[in-house]
Structure formats: C-alpha cells, structure tokens
Design a protein around this ligand. Structure first.
Ligand SMILES: [Zn+2]
Ligand SMILES: [Zn+2]
Length: 297
C-alpha cells in the first residue's frame, strides 16, 4: 500500500462527487433566487467573499472525510478495543448492537432526530463564550447564500457534524443510513442558506426553511441568537429560541466586528487562535437562555 497515492485517490473521489453536486445546486438556487429572493440585489456569484466560500466548499468535504475516518478508527479502538483492519470493517459494515437490528427506515429516523437534537445543543454551545470565536467564522458571511453553507472552522466541524456522525455510528447505527441521509443533508443545508423568501407557511414549525435560518444569521441589533435547529424547529420551540417575525424578512447579516474580521480563508482559520475574547458576549449562560420575546408568528 502506498499511502500518498491512496490519499490523492481519496481526494480525487471526493472532488468527483462534489463538482456535479455543486453545479446542480448552483443551477437550482440561481433559478429559485431569481423569482423568490429574500434579499433582492446581488446574485450569489457576485456575493462578497465568494472566493472564500468556494475554498471552504471544496476543502470541507475533504477535511470531513479524512477526520471522520480518523475518528471512527480511534473511537473503535478506544471504546471497543478493535485494532485490526478486518475487525474494524466488520464492526462498522452493517452497524452493531441493538440499533443495527432495527429496520433501516427506523434507524434513519432515529439518526435524523438524535443528530439534530445533539446539533441543536452543540450549536447553542458554539454561541456561548469560549466557543463563539470558532463559530463566528460561519456567521461572518454578510451576503448569506447557498454557497455560505460550508463556511465552518474545522474545530466547529469536529465538535459538530463530524463528531455527531461518528458518535451515532459508534452507537451502532448502520453506515448505510448515512448514504441516504448524506445527500439530503447537503441539499438541506444549502437550501436553508439560500437567498429565498420561503417560510413554508405552517410547515415553518416542522422544517427549517431559508427564512428560519436567515433569522439565525442576523446581526445582534436584529435579534441575534435564535433558531439554532439545523433541521427541526421543534427544538427551538421546546427550548424557547424560536423566532419567525410574521411581518418582515431578515435583512442584515454578519458579526459584530465585521470591519476587523478577516475576509479570506487563511485569516479566518487562524482567527480563533489569535483572538482571546469574544465578539458577541453571551447573554447569560448558553444552556439557560431567556425565552425570546419576539413575535413568533
Ligand atoms: Zn450559529
Ligand atoms: Zn448558517
């Protein structure tokens, strides 16, 4: 086995998947935003910091793949004492333990709900004191659009989607579930960032929409920390962080110190390590936030 060749092959495979998906999403959201823009003006290809977002868009899947595999190997060794390659493949092949014996559709539902619940609380944690500086990178987009969906610091990814996926695979859920949910997740996260005025009527309580997530991205003067759920607004309703003002649309996005925030990827990746304080001081502790007093619609 030649490790460098394998790594290059793996990167090639990942890119071969990312390119067609990117073209499809670009076409879909260009057409939709033409008719139903939430914030009319610049199309996504003329958004500020487009090059930065494109870098994240292609680097994040590579990073996620390498680190997911690493964490899966490490987790199986640490928690289950599995050390050789064949045993590792058998361990993850169809899941393991009681969860893997459930029908696949039920495993998929469990995965969706459990992952989204964990992501809700991790997201709130990232809006608190010491973690905000990593998550601020995601919030530094002033022109939020579908291509902004991948703008995440690696620390945010490890303690977010990657960590949650690995935890659920370690719990026994079959990886086959992720083959179905993976593409749905990519589409849905591009969708909630897309420049669309879609709130989906009564379904706004059921599924995270572009308007729902754009409110999350608004700057502090517009309300700031609400709508943390990735997929199901139920968590925000249950824990008092839901916000969908019925009479207007979100308009201004970004972080508090936008002027001094780095605009390119290298500066952003280094940012949390250079900065000790927080930009957006937490309003109380992140795990017991005051309920929102905004009209919820
Ligand atoms: Zn956030
Ligand atoms: Zn976002």
């Amino acid at each position: 086995m030649n490790l460098p060749v394998e790594i290059v092959e793996m990167l090639g495979q990942t890119l071969a998947k990312v390119v067609p998906v990117t073209i499809a999403l670009a076409l879909v959201f260009s057409v939709l935003a033409h008719f139903w823009a939430c914030n009319p003006g610049r199309p996504w290809w003329r958004k500020r910091e487009l090059v930065t977002d494109l870098c994240y868009w292609f680097l994040v899947p590579l990073f996620a793949r390498v680190f997911r595999i690493g964490l899966l190997v490490f987790g199986a060794a640490l928690l289950f004492g599995i050390r050789d390659a064949d045993a590792l493949i058998a361990f993850y092949d169809n899941g393991h333990g009681p969860l893997s014996r459930l029908p696949l559709w039920l495993q998929a539902v469990l995965f969706l709900v459990a992952a989204d619940f964990m992501m809700y609380w991790l997201h709130r944690m990232f809006h608190g004191g010491g973690f905000w500086k990593y998550h601020a990178i995601h919030h530094s987009s002033e022109d939020v659009d579908w291509i902004s969906a991948a703008r995440f610091h690696p620390v945010n990814l490890l303690l977010g989607t990657i960590g949650v996926d690995v935890a659920l695979l370690l719990a026994g859920i079959s990886p086959e579930v992720m083959l179905w949910l993976g593409p749905l997740n990519i589409f849905h996260s591009a969708f909630v960032h897309a420049n669309l005025n879609w709130a989906l009527g009564p379904f706004k309580y059921v599924l995270a929409t572009p308007v729902f997530h754009r409110w999350h991205h608004t700057c502090r003067e517009e309300g700031g920390d609400t709508n943390f759920a990735g997929t199901f607004p139920l968590w925000d309703i249950l824990f008092g962080t839901f916000r969908m003002p019925p009479d207007r649309l979100p308009a201004r996005y970004g972080v508090d110190d936008q002027a001094s925030f780095p605009g390119e990827i290298i500066g952003q990746l280094a940012y949390p390590f250079r900065k000790s304080g927080t930009l957006r001081p937490p309003e109380g502790r992140w795990w017991r936030k005051a309920r929102t007093d905004f009209p919820s619609g």
